[in-house]
Design a protein around this ligand. Sequence first.
Ligand code: SF4
Ligand code: ZN
Ligand code: ZN
Length: 305
Amino acid sequence: MDCTKCGNPQVIAKREYSGQYLCKDCFIESIEKKVIKTVKKEKLLDKGDKVLVALSGGKDSVTVLEILNSFRKKNIIDLCAVTVDEGIDNYRQDGVDIAINHAKRLGIEHKVVCLKEEYGITLDEIMQKPNHKGSCSYCGVFRRTIINKAAREFGATKIATGHNLDDEVQAIMMNYLEGNIDNLTKLGAKSQSKAKEFTVKIKPLREIPEREIGLYVVAKDLDVHFASCPYAQQSFRGEVSEIVNQLSVDHPTIKYSTLRGYDKIKNILKDNIKKQYPEGRCVKCGEPSANELCKACTFLEELKD
Ligand code: SF4
Ligand SMILES: [Zn+2]
Ligand SMILES: [Zn+2]
């Protein structure tokens, strides 16, 4: 089959969900246009924003950086980046090096923050503890705190993450299956928090399937860290991902329909969202928190035992 858009016989992508065949140039253009469409539709950017990209060096965050840089080149926004080094041996360092190189290549302010320096413990060390609660729980909480702090230090007005369509659908399904309605209502293209300590988070890649981001970085010849985290397989997310991908084989539009359905439910639930955000401060570290101790400090206390 030739490219549906221009007739070029050298097709690199077949989209089961739309029936399109695309050549390299049309594929790259279509991804970039789709992201720009999400940015406009969801009002993710305002002129003059300083956007902090959570840059792991993986395909998703490098793609976010690359596409948001087109807004920077047009002087619509400014960009900066932060990379969190969780301390995962034989895995994280390659991503950190790649992140440093991309920030240098684009001339973007960038900092690397290590879990060890920030909290005195690496993720690998946490996983040696007999009472640990699973790698991703710690990783998510510590990373979120570090990124929020970095946003304040950089004076960023938005935080952009590389969440793609698959990530978002997995999060919707996981929270639904676990009955975690509080977290369910917090998903979406843009975080709803009104608390000024929390920088608004945006997900420009929310409508791009993970597979297509992989193809985009290859087509654009972008250097990315492709290895998977050694802890990824232990997660509930991994199991949910497998089920959704299996269903997508015979139902190719299922990820988009899950996302669209969720967006409708979210609008109905949105009155509940206001109550969910913390108004106090953690007595130990001063970060915003609903309880006396924030989640990161609670974990650190538990890990002392
Ligand atoms: S898969 Fe690895 S990097 Fe991702 S949240 Fe879990 S522990 Fe952290
Ligand atoms: Zn084409
Ligand atoms: Zn704290």
